[in-house]
Every structure is written in structure tokens, then in C-alpha cells.
Write a protein that binds this ligand. Structure first.
Ligand code: SAH
Length: 302
């Protein structure tokens, strides 16, 4: 039998939530500390160091359903992270009895087409078809074999903007995918901001991969303390609770005739987000639903 071993590094505050997520697709999870506190005078007094991270590990049978299970796990971990819990490491997947796994996992990644935009994993050479716009991303930084429906929703809404407003502010830039797409679709420059320091590195590297190093700048922080400028286009793929809370700040970064693309909204909370945006002076110009996920294009009311 072949097994897939999933593992994630998480700090003590996130361990329970991560275990629950891995437990949904596996036979059980184990949690190992990465550091122990020992007492040279008392060998039995060994205990976990709660200030150091833990490794949460789970195994599942490698069968036709496992790719879906891995993707669902990645999605759930991504959401845990987006909710601003403590940082959660990247999901690592390996086949326990197959030494060649390190290379074969790449087979699971394929170019993703969203309208005329194609997101290509960095090691693939995808022929460009007429009218297509390609961007290259390292999926270590994007997530999973497919893009999250909220990212897709934003990419779809972005393509409908003609001409592409510029410059662009990408709030919660993550891998930089939305900023990079906006640049590929005609924006002249973009800024990304993210509370996760790793995102600054990842998005900068991805922008360079696309020859956009001089047109993209990443900032570490929250939009509350964001770059002090007004943008004709702001994109924010966060979660409903954050969009509600940050609505006034997002609007404060919008130029007078600016457009806000907001996503990461689970359907039952869409009305709440729309209300908060209305309260901040915006009206819904377009709405896209993809399963349980909603993406919005908002413009100033009146
Ligand atoms: N834009 C990417 C990633 C979205 S994930 C995409 O569409 O695929 C959401 C991102 O928002 C995460 O990288 C998370 O670190 C970041 N984030 C969470 N709260 C934030 C805040 N208050 N300000 C800026 N970024 C935030």
C-alpha cells in the first residue's frame, strides 16, 4: 500500500486547529514537539517547549480520492492562515514508500486557465495561445493543484476591467498572484501588502519570475498602516470578517473613481460584507458566485 504523509509545522496556538483539519482526511494525527525542555537534574521532567513549533503529521491512503483530500486540506489551512491565526507552515506531502515522490509531485500541477489568463507552474513550459496572457507562479507559494475559488473570482473580475486601472494596491497579496495578474493585464505598477512576512518574499520572487521586479513593491503590514496613497484599483482577497472590519481603510485607499475588488467571502456572510461596504460609501457593481464563494466589484455609490 502507498500512503501519503501530510505534515505541517504550527505553533502551539494553531496546533489544535491544524490537527482538526488534517484529521478530516486521515486516520488520525500525531503532534510532535520540535523542541523539548529538559532538566539535567531530573530526566523525567522532560516537557514540550510551548514556545517552539510543533509538527502535526497525518497519513492517508494514496488512492484516487487523495488528491482531492490534499487540496481540501490545503484550502482549509489557507483559510486558517487568512483568518489571522498564528502562522501555519506550508503543507508538506510525501509518499511514504516511494523514493521518487520528490519529483513526481510536480505531475499534479497543471497550468490553470481563467478566462484569457493562464497561471503556469514555474518549471513548465506552456505554449502561449493567441490572446492568452501567461503568468508564472511557484505553487509552493500559490496553493494546491487548483487556484482557490476566491482567487479565481478575483482573476475573473480583473479581466473585465478595461482599461486596467493603475496603480494597483493588492491587500493580502500572498503569492502576489492578483497584483502580478493585474500587471500582466495592463497595469503599469502595483503594490502588495500582507501581514505575513513570508508573503513579502514570495510575492517579490514571483514578480521577478514574471520580469516585473521594477513594477511591483511588497510591504509588510496591515492595510491600516498601508502605503499612504490613493489607488484607482484595490484588490482584497481576505475573509468576510476582515473585509467588514477593514472596509473604511480599504475605501480610504481608493482614488475618487476607484474600483475595489473584494473576495474571500463565504456566501452566508456576503450580505454583511455588502452592508459594511455600503456603510463605507461603496455600491456593488458586479457579483460573481463560485460554489459557496462570492467575489465583488465595488465602486463609489452615487
Ligand atoms: N491574494 C492572494 C492571497 C490571498 S490569502 C490570492 O488571492 O490568492 C489572504 C492573505 O491576506 C494572506 O496572505 C494573509 O496573510 C493576508 N492578510 C490577512 N490579514 C491581513 C491584513 N489585515 N492586512 C493585509 N494582509 C492580510
Amino acid at each position: 500500500m502507498r500512503w501519503l504523509e501530510l505534515s505541517v509545522v504550527a505553533d502551539s496556538e494553531a496546533v489544535e486547529a491544524v490537527s482538526e483539519i488534517l484529521g478530516r482526511v486521515s486516520e488520525g494525527t500525531s503532534v510532535q514537539p520540535t523542541r523539548l525542555i529538559t532538566n539535567p537534574n531530573d530526566e523525567l521532567a522532560v516537557r514540550d517547549d510551548p514556545a517552539s513549533p510543533y509538527v502535526v503529521t497525518a497519513h492517508l491512503l494514496d488512492d484516487p480520492a487523495s488528491a482531492g483530500a490534499v487540496e481540501a486540506t490545503e484550502r482549509a489551512l489557507w483559510h486558517l492562515q487568512a483568518f489571522g491565526l498564528r502562522p501555519v507552515g506550508e503543507l508538506r506531502v510525501r509518499a511514504v514508500d516511494d523514493a521518487s515522490w520528490a519529483e513526481t509531485w510536480k505531475d499534479h500541477y497543471v497550468p490553470q486557465r481563467i478566462g484569457r489568463l493562464v497561471v503556469v507552474p514555474s518549471w513548465l513550459d506552456e505554449p502561449r495561445r493567441d490572446g492568452e496572457v501567461q503568468i508564472v507562479l511557484d505553487p509552493g507559494m500559490a496553493f494546491g493543484t487548483g487556484l482557490h475559488p476566491t482567487t479565481r473570482g478575483c482573476l475573473e473580475l480583473l479581466q473585465e476591467l478595461d482599461p486596467m486601472p493603475s496603480p494597483v494596491l493588492d491587500v493580502g497579496t500572498g503569492s502576489g498572484i492578483l497584483a502580478i495578474a493585474a500587471l500582466a493585464l495592463g497595469a503599469t505598477s502595483a503594490a502588495g501588502i500582507d501581514t505575513d512576512e513570508l508573503s513579502v518574499e514570495a510575492s517579490t520572487a514571483n514578480a521577478a519570475r514574471n520580469g516585473m521586479a521594477d513594477r511591483f513593491t511588497a510591504f509588510h503590514g496591515s492595510v491600516e498602516a498601508g502605503p499612504d496613497a490613493a489607488y484607482p484599483l484595490v484588490v482584497a482577497n481576505l475573509v468576510a470578517a476582515l473585509l467588514v472590519r477593514l472596509a473604511p481603510q480599504l475605501v480610504a485607499h481608493l482614488a475618487p473613481r476607484g474600483v475595489l475588488i473584494a473576495s474571500g467571502i463565504i456566501e452566508p456572510r456576503a450580505a454583511e460584507v455588502v452592508d459594511a461596504m455600503r456603510g463605507a460609501g461603496l455600491a456593488v457593481a458586479q457579483r460573481r458566485d463560485d460554489g459557496e464563494w462570492v467575489s465583488l466589484r465595488l465602486e463609489r455609490a452615487g
